[in-house]
Design a protein around this ligand. Sequence first.
Ligand SMILES: *[C@@H]1O[C@H](CO)[C@@H](O)[C@H](O)[C@H]1NC(C)=O
Ligand SMILES: *[C@@H]1O[C@H](CO)[C@@H](O)[C@H](O)[C@H]1NC(C)=O
Ligand SMILES: *[C@@H]1O[C@H](CO)[C@@H](O)[C@H](O)[C@H]1NC(C)=O
Ligand SMILES: *[C@@H]1O[C@H](CO)[C@@H](O)[C@H](O)[C@H]1NC(C)=O
Ligand SMILES: *[C@@H]1O[C@H](CO)[C@@H](O)[C@H](O)[C@H]1NC(C)=O
Ligand SMILES: *[C@@H]1O[C@H](CO)[C@@H](O)[C@H](O)[C@H]1NC(C)=O
Length: 346
Amino acid sequence: MARGLAVMSVLLFVLATTTKADMEGRSRPNALGNSSAPTHLHFYFHDKVTSPSPSAVRVVNPPNNISLTFLGMVVVMDDPLTERPDPASKPVGRAQGMYAINIVLTAGSYNGSVVIVLGSNHISDIIREMPILGGTGHFRFARGYAQARTYFLDPNGLDAIVEYNEIVVMSVLLFVLAATTKADTQSGYGPRCSSLCNSSAPTHIHFYFHDKITGPSPSAVQVVSPPNKTSPTSFGTVYVMDDPLTEGPDPRSKPVGRAQGMYLSSDQVRIGFLQAMNIVLTAGLYNGSVITVLGSNHISDSIREMPVVGGTSAFRFARGYAQARTYFLDSNGLDAIVEYNVYVFH
Ligand SMILES: *[C@@H]1O[C@H](CO)[C@@H](O)[C@H](O)[C@H]1NC(C)=O
Ligand SMILES: *[C@@H]1O[C@H](CO)[C@@H](O)[C@H](O)[C@H]1NC(C)=O
Ligand SMILES: *[C@@H]1O[C@H](CO)[C@@H](O)[C@H](O)[C@H]1NC(C)=O
Ligand SMILES: *[C@@H]1O[C@H](CO)[C@@H](O)[C@H](O)[C@H]1NC(C)=O
Ligand SMILES: *[C@@H]1O[C@H](CO)[C@@H](O)[C@H](O)[C@H]1NC(C)=O
Ligand SMILES: *[C@@H]1O[C@H](CO)[C@@H](O)[C@H](O)[C@H]1NC(C)=O
């Protein structure tokens, strides 16, 4: 879409691998098991904006028609990833998100894992590099970079095939921490030392998240409607949330913070979101500190993992992961109470 785009666009993607395009065997340790050896992912990304069956749709038009760069335009994608440039070659995943993107891989030895990329993509540059902020599964605590190179652009400058090379490495420090850590250590609300005092143990934060989109005072509001009304997943819908977090599942239990940010329907087949949120803690030892989470949330999965990509105050330089489990869903499938366990090194 708008391949003439020269403006800086934020590219955000979650690379959820069910596959790994040029990986060695399943028994080979990935970068988690060898912090000196980066993992190389290679695939082709197919961005189709023309009808019928586009894989990327414009959900927000540029507010000013004069802008040559379509400044302000928002596009949501669920783009197929393949092993070769031919769209009919072996599928290895999906790129799900916005320009910001989520990339979801679906084959090979990293099947089920996710890599998250957030960066700037000036598509007229020959090679565009974007940082890898984190991942899940095999790529928990990953850092790295992605390089994108346009392989094919249709004559209208709309549909594109883009070659991606992603180099994923582990932080040596975090590798050591991860290898020596158990998931159920300190409670973030008690009068305990943070993991700064003991780098072998992550801080554990536990809370319930109340996402209410119905009724007179919703905590999450739809800000962009799905462009295709017949999409079974309301693909392209964007919600902005300011959801209360409580100690227990009861909404009246002790408030411990707010989850502020957005989630965006970014899967055309099963309901799944690109979720970007700040967990703003308002009670306990970490009152005033923020944990930033960015990841892929397929709400029908029993446990969803999203990386912690940073934080403020007590969580400066934080890395970690959040695990979400639906505790309650109302009969309309709209309002939800979700249990979160967040593990943070900081
Ligand atoms: C780790 O990577 C290095 C460099 O690629 C390699 O020499 C070494 O054999 C690897 N170790 C393991 C356990 O895979
Ligand atoms: C709208 O969604 C339906 C159902 O997913 C799909 O078959 C159709 O191709 C979509 N139309 C467009 C223009 O994207
Ligand atoms: C932009 O252009 C479209 C189509 O030409 C038009 O429908 C729309 O009203 C314009 N928007 C503004 C803000 O000028
Ligand atoms: C990837 O994993 C999913 C879930 O475990 C499985 O259903 C699927 O068949 C796997 N895909 C491949 C290509 O191995
Ligand atoms: C650090 O954590 C480990 C494992 O949980 C524990 O055995 C050790 O006593 C802790 N050390 C300090 C100084 O808290
Ligand atoms: C959290 O910190 C704010 C600002 O310092 C303070 O007003 C508030 O009372 C604190 N909340 C709790 C529950 O300690």
